[in-house]
Design a protein around this ligand. Structure first.
Ligand code: LM2
Ligand code: CA
Length: 454
C-alpha cells in the first residue's frame, strides 16, 4: 500500500474584525484550531475613544487593555485558549498615533484625554506637528515627509523618532507579549519611517511576528519593501490583481518563475482578498459577492505566493457602522458554528463567518497538502480556469453564469479524488483531470484525498 502523503499545517491566518475576545476564544476552539488556521488577527486591544463607529478602535486613548471588545482578563483568557487550540494571536497595534478628537473627553474605560495630552503616557512634545500643510494633515502622498510626520485624518501623530515615545510603545507591546500574543499587525506603518518601526520592533523578542501595513500606492515614494527588511508586510497588489479576471473571465498566470512584479518577495508577503478597509473601499470582490468571493478566496488559498489571511467581518450598509452592541455599548458575541457558506441576503451586523465556510475549510486542507509545491501554468477555457500545484493538487474555478468544463493536465496519480469543495468524486486519468463546474463553482482535489486508484 502506498504511504500516506505528507501534509503540514499551513500558515494561514484569519482576521476576525471587531469580534469580542470571548467569541474569538470560542472560534479558536470550535473552528479555527480544528480546521488548521495558524493565527488570528484581532482588532486593536487598547482603550479607544467612546464612540459607536467601528473606527473608534483606531483612535487610542491609553494602553489599558479595555475595549468594547472585552476586558484585559478576557483578552488574556482568549490568548491562552487560542494558544491551547494551536492558534496564535496577532494583535492590531495602533502605534502611529493617538486619537484625532479635537475636543477633550474620556475613553471607553474612563481615561481622560485631550488632543495631544494623554495623562501618564504622552504630552504635547511627544507628537509631530509637521507644519508642512495648513492643518498639519497629510495632503500629498508623494511627500515622504508629509506622510510620515503630518497627521493621518487629524490623528495626533506620535514622534516615533523619540526614544521616550519608542520606549512607551515598546512597553505596551511587551505587555501584550506577556499575555502570550505571538505578534502584531503594525497599523499605519507607512506613516512611520521604516527606521522607527524597526527600532520599536527590534526591542522585542526575536520571534515576535511583525506584519506591517504599508498600502502600496502607485508612484508613491514609500514602498512596502522598506518594511520587509525586518518583518512581513501586507501586499496590497495581490488583491488588486485577483479581482479583474473574476469579472471578465479572462485569466492569465502570474509570474511563475522568480518574483512577481509589484509584489514583495513571496516569503515576506501577507496576502488577502480584502480587509476591513478595502471592503469599505477599493476591493472589487467582498462578502456581498457570495460565490465570487468564495472563488477569490479559493484562488488565493491555492496559490504558492505569500501567506494568506482570510477576512471575516460583518455585514453593513453604512461604512461607519460598528458591530452590534448591547445597551452598555459592548460588542455582542457571535458564533460561527453551523455557517457553511455565504448567504444571499445579510442583515446589517450579521457576521459573515468566512472562516467557517466549507469551501474555505476545504482549501485549508488543500493547502496543507500542497505545501510549497510550485504553481504550474494554468488553463483558461472560457469562463473557467485552473492550475496544478505540482504533484500535490489541482484547483479550478468557473466565474461564468453557465456550467463550464475545464481540462487540466496533472501529474497526480491516476485515480479518484474527493473534491474538497463539493465532496464530489473527480477523476484523474491519462494525465489530466476534467472538471465539470457549476456556474460560479469551484473544485479542488489534492494528493491526500484519493478515494480510489485506477
Ligand atoms: C489604518 N491603517 O493604516 C486602519 O486600518 C484604518 O482602518 C484606519 O482608519 C486608519 N489607518 C487609522 O488607524 C479608520 C477609518 C477612518 C477613521 C480612522 C480613525 O477608516 O474613517 O477616521 O480609522 O478612527 C475617522 C473619521 C475621520 C476623522 C478621524 C479622526 O472617519 O473623518 O478625521 O476619525 O477623528 C477628521
Ligand atoms: Ca507618523
Amino acid at each position: 500500500t502506498p504511504s500516506t502523503p505528507e501534509s503540514a499545517a499551513p500558515d494561514v491566518g484569519v482576521q476576525l474584525f471587531q469580534l469580542p475576545w470571548t467569541s474569538i476564544a470560542e472560534e479558536c476552539e470550535t473552528t479555527l484550531g480544528p480546521n488548521g488556521f495558524a493565527w488570528v488577527l484581532t482588532s486593536p486591544p487598547n482603550e479607544h475613544i467612546a464612540r459607536d463607529e467601528w473606527w473608534a478602535s483606531y483612535q487610542p486613548v491609553s494602553y489599558e487593555l479595555e475595549t468594547r471588545l472585552g476586558t484585559r482578563d478576557e483578552f488574556a483568557d482568549m490568548v491562552a485558549r487560542c494558544d491551547a487550540a494551536g492558534v496564535d494571536v496577532i494583535a492590531d497595534a495602533v502605534i502611529n498615533h493617538m486619537t484625532g478628537q479635537d475636543a477633550p473627553g474620556a475613553g471607553w474605560a474612563g481615561t481622560p484625554y485631550e488632543h495631544y495630552e494623554y495623562p501618564g503616557l504622552y504630552t504635547a512634545g511627544d507628537f509631530h506637528r509637521c507644519g508642512l500643510t495648513s492643518n498639519d494633515d497629510i495632503q500629498d502622498y508623494d511627500s515622504r515627509e508629509q506622510v510620515q510626520t503630518c497627521e493621518l485624518v487629524n490623528l495626533a501623530d506620535l514622534d516615533t523618532s523619540s526614544e521616550t515615545v519608542r520606549g512607551t510603545i515598546v512597553a505596551y507591546l511587551e505587555d501584550l507579549l506577556s499575555l502570550g500574543v505571538a505578534g502584531f499587525r503594525i497599523d499605519a506603518a507607512k506613516h512611520m519611517t521604516a527606521e522607527d518601526v524597526e527600532a520599536i520592533v527590534g526591542a522585542l523578542p526575536e520571534d515576535t511576528r511583525i506584519v506591517s501595513e504599508v498600502i502600496r500606492g502607485g508612484g508613491e515614494p514609500i514602498v512596502p519593501e522598506e518594511y520587509a527588511e525586518f518583518g512581513e508586510v501586507f501586499e496590497f497588489t495581490y488583491a488588486r490583481d485577483l479581482a479583474p479576471p473574476l469579472e471578465s473571465g479572462v485569466f492569465s498566470d502570474p509570474e511563475l518563475e522568480g518574483d512577481r512584479p509589484l509584489h514583495v518577495p513571496a516569503g515576506g508577503a501577507i496576502v488577502f482578498v480584502d480587509n476591513h478597509d478595502t471592503e469599505r473601499g477599493e476591493a472589487d470582490v467582498t462578502y456581498r459577492d457570495g460565490p465570487l468571493y468564495v472563488i477569490a478566496n479559493a484562488l488565493m488559498l491555492a496559490d504558492d505566493y505569500g501567506t494568506p489571511v482570510v477576512y471575516s467581518g460583518y455585514a453593513y450598509s453604512d461604512r461607519d457602522a460598528g458591530a452590534p452592541t448591547d445597551a452598555d455599548g459592548r460588542v455582542l458575541g457571535a458564533s460561527c458554528a453551523g455557517v457553511s457558506g455565504p448567504v444571499e441576503d445579510y442583515d446589517d451586523g450579521d457576521r459573515t463567518c468566512v472562516h467557517a465556510w466549507t469551501a474555505i475549510v476545504g482549501m485549508l486542507e488543500f493547502r496543507a497538502f500542497a505545501g510549497d509545491a510550485p504553481r504550474l501554468a494554468g488553463v483558461d477555457e472560457g469562463d473557467a480556469y485552473g492550475f496544478e500545484r505540482e504533484g500535490r493538487g489541482v484547483v479550478a474555478v468557473n466565474v461564468g453564469a453557465e456550467p463550464a468544463t475545464v481540462t487540466i493536465p496533472t501529474s497526480l496519480p491516476a485515480g479518484e479524488y474527493r473534491d474538497v469543495i463539493t465532496g464530489a468524486t473527480r477523476t484523474v486519468a491519462d494525465g489530466r483531470v476534467v472538471f465539470d463546474l457549476e456556474p460560479l463553482g469551484v473544485a479542488a482535489i489534492h494528493i491526500g484525498a484519493p478515494t480510489a486508484g485506477i
